[in-house]
Design a protein around this ligand. Structure first.
Ligand SMILES: Nc1nc2c(ncn2[C@@H]2O[C@H](COP(=O)(O)OP(=O)(O)OP(=O)(O)O)[C@@H](O)[C@H]2O)c(=O)[nH]1
Length: 376
């Protein structure tokens, strides 16, 4: 609740034109220069300057909801010894003070020289003033693009005041400046939000462009980037790079006999097995296209590549509860030279897969350098 003002019952003293001009110039400098994240602070400072300038007790900004059902006290300054009410004045139903709202909409301002003299019809509003020990108040509308969005006002506690037209005009000037600051702040926040959304959408798009829709693995485009990166990295470090190509056996027959959806499910299952089997740091599983997958394993030597390929052939071949499928795997393992190209790697690993198919499928073939070895 409001406390008694330190000031006695003397009326507020409107500032001289000169003092007000100085105030306005100070406020506009602050508000115009306010960075988006400082706007709130500057609005409160503007209220403080307004209040201190001619001994008001409380200055505030209220904003309406879009549908004019509620209003909230968004900014407040109170004089020494005066209690603040901002926290309790959030989402106040507009219908509780119909007289105030109707007057504000009709005249663009509400001026109360003395709360005691308010008409009966101002019931709810008068009760609120009395509850807060407000004797006199004035509020002017804030208009954005012709629409009333709120109001800036000031209270005098236990003092009445014969507000003049000049008081209203001056307050309107301050209200307009605060409105412009809020509008700029809102526009900048909105812009920032849109920029963030755009950035997120772009990131998602970039991700989607590199992602296979069915399996969620990197697609051919993502594969190119990842393989190029590891070729160069392993060449720089002179470390071994292993590349495995996995091709589902007789996949066309599965599609033909059990349908395309069953084929999709098999692709997803193989993708899941691969993700599960190759999740060590740096290992990248991609869908090369159709029923072919490519796995990039930096710093992996032939021996380990062979073990992992063998385990994969066994795991997928022994899969239960699904359409029975087997895979053929081609493996290459090498230290890239500056001349090693992606095409060359793809050709070699493709040849290894071809050899695995030739050797009866459901197996892997390691192609170390120029030698072919088939293992089951
Ligand atoms: N269900 C499904 N089928 C696909 C998809 N992409 C490619 N295919 C099919 O995958 C099949 C690949 O068949 P092929 O390349 O002839 O190979 P295969 O039948 O597995 O024979 P081998 O590789 O020699 O064992 C084709 O029938 C394609 O239509 C897909 O996203 N979903």
């Amino acid at each position: 609740m409001a406390q008694n003002s330190e000031n006695s019952s003397a009326p507020a003293h409107p500032p001289s034109s000169e003092a007000f001009a100085y105030l306005i110039s100070e406020l506009s400098t602050h508000l115009i220069n306010a960075a988006p994240d400082e706007a709130e602070v500057h609005i409160e400072r503007a209220l403080a300057a307004l209040g201190s300038n001619d001994r008001k007790d409380r200055c505030y900004v209220f904003l309406f909801d879009d549908d004019y059902k509620h209003m909230s006290n968004t900014h407040e300054w109170v004089n020494r010894g005066i209690s603040a009410h901002k926290d309790e004045l959030q989402n106040v139903p507009v219908e509780a003070m119909p007289w105030f709202f109707t007057s504000m909409r009709a005249d663009g301002h509400v001026v109360v020289p003395s709360a005691d003299q308010l008409p009966e019809v101002a019931g709810g509003f008068k009760d609120e003033l009395l509850r807060e020990h407000i004797q006199s108040m004035m509020a002017v509308g804030m208009y954005l693009e012709g629409r009333l969005i709120g109001f800036v006002g000031c209270d005098l506690v236990k003092r009445s005041c014969n507000w003049t037209e000049q008081d209203v005009r001056q307050m309107q000037l301050v209200a307009d400046m605060i409105t412009n600051t809020l509008a700029r702040h809102r526009a900048e926040s909105k812009l920032h939000q849109v920029q963030c959304e755009l950035r997120a959408a772009n990131e998602r798009l970039a991700q989607l462009a590199n992602e296979d829709g069915l399996t969620g693995l990197l697609n051919r485009r993502g594969l190119d980037v990842a393989l190029d990166y590891e070729l160069r990295r392993m060449q720089r470090k002179q470390q071994q790079l292993s590349v495995l190509m996995v091709d589902i056996d007789h996949f066309k027959a599965l599609n033909d006999s059990r349908g395309h959806l069953a084929g999709d499910a098999a692709l997803q299952r193989v993708a899941d097995e691969l993700k599960n089997a190759f999740k060590r740091s740096g290992e990248v599983v991609t869908r090369f296209g159709g029923d072919e997958f490519l796995i990039i394993c930096p710093t992996m030597n032939e021996e380990e590549a062979e073990q992992r390929a063998a385990a994969l052939v066994e795991t997928i071949g022994n899969g239960k509860g699904h359409a029975q499928i087997t895979i053929s795997v081609g493996v290459v393992s090498f230290i890239p030279s500056p001349d090693t190209t992606q095409d060359e790697v793809m050709r070699r690993v493709d040849r290894a897969v071809y050899e695995a198919k030739h050797r009866g499928r459901n197996c892997y073939v390691l192609l170390p350098y120029n030698e072919l070895q088939a293992k089951r």
